[in-house]
Structure formats: C-alpha cells, structure tokens
Design a protein around this ligand. Structure first.
Ligand code: HEC
Length: 115
C-alpha cells in the first residue's frame, strides 16, 4: 500500500507542474488535494499502527503540505507561490527516503545470512 501511494505521488507531481506551467490553478488545486490528508485517511488503522511514529509524522506533514498547496492555489492563484510550496514539499520526499526503507530480507531468510 505504501509503494502504491508512492506511485500516486510520482505520477501526480508532473501534473501539478504542468498545471503550474499553464497557469491552470484549478488543475493544480485538484491534483494537490488528491495527495492531501484525504489520501492519508485511506490508510487502514492496522497499517498505521505498524509504522514508526517519526515516519507517520513525516507522512502527515507531506499530506498537509499538499492540502495547503491546494487551498492556496485556489485562493491566491499565484503559480510562483505554489511552485515555492511544491519545492519545499518535495524536499520531504527525499528526507523520508534517506531514513526509511521497506525490507523483507530478514523474514525471507531465517538464517540471516543474506546481505
Ligand atoms: C514518510 C516517508 C516517505 C515520504 C514522505 C515519501 N516516501 Fe516515497 N518511499 C518511502 C519508502 C519507505 C519507500 C520504499 C523504499 C525502499 O524500501 O526501497 C518509498 C519508495 C518510493 C518510490 C519507489 C516506489 C517503487 O515502486 O518501488 C517512489 C517513486 C517514491 N517513494 C516517491 C515519493 C515521492 C515523490 C514523495 C514525495 C511527494 C515520497 N515518495 C515521499 C517513504 C516515503
């Protein structure tokens, strides 16, 4: 499910950028909102409980940023401001990737010998 979410981020960001390039703020707002806290609500509680607290916080901050981007895109209609927000937001992608990975190695090799 997490990897699926990642795919949604990856495919939506170019659409937001395209919207910004064309000053199509409704497209920017609509697309950003689809990555907002609404998306986080789709994550089942059983999965949320398994995630480390800092991971959840980073995820929440990211979804929040996309909500803000959507709100501001609608109210301010300022593509430069939105681009600045997006640039700060995508830094959070790299921050989490630097700290977390999903691995099944230990589970699949009980001997623990695989690298
Ligand atoms: C809260 C943590 C977190 C945040 C924030 C985050 N990611 Fe990820 N992402 C992960 C983890 C964990 C993986 C799995 C990495 C691994 O094990 O190789 C991943 C993997 C990915 C992958 C690879 C998916 C695949 O098919 O293997 C993409 C693409 C990706 N993230 C895009 C993004 C983008 C774009 C953003 C920002 C908009 C983002 N991620 C923000 C945690 C995060």
């Amino acid at each position: 499910m997490i990897i699926h979410e990642m795919g949604l981020f990856l495919s939506a960001i170019p659409i937001i950028l395209e919207g910004l390039a064309n000053e199509d703020m409704p497209l920017v707002a609509h697309t950003a909102r689809s990555l907002g806290t609404e998306m986080a609500h789709a994550v089942p509680r059983s999965l949320k409980q398994k995630l480390p607290e800092p991971f959840r916080q980073m995820g929440f901050a990211l979804h929040n940023d996309f909500d803000m981007l959507a709100l501001d895109a609608e109210s301010l209609e300022d593509s430069k401001h939105a681009l600045q927000q997006l640039s700060a937001t995508v830094k959070k992608c790299a921050a989490c990737h630097a700290s977390y990975q999903i691995s099944t190695r230990c589970d699949s090799d009980p001997s623990g010998k695989s690298p």
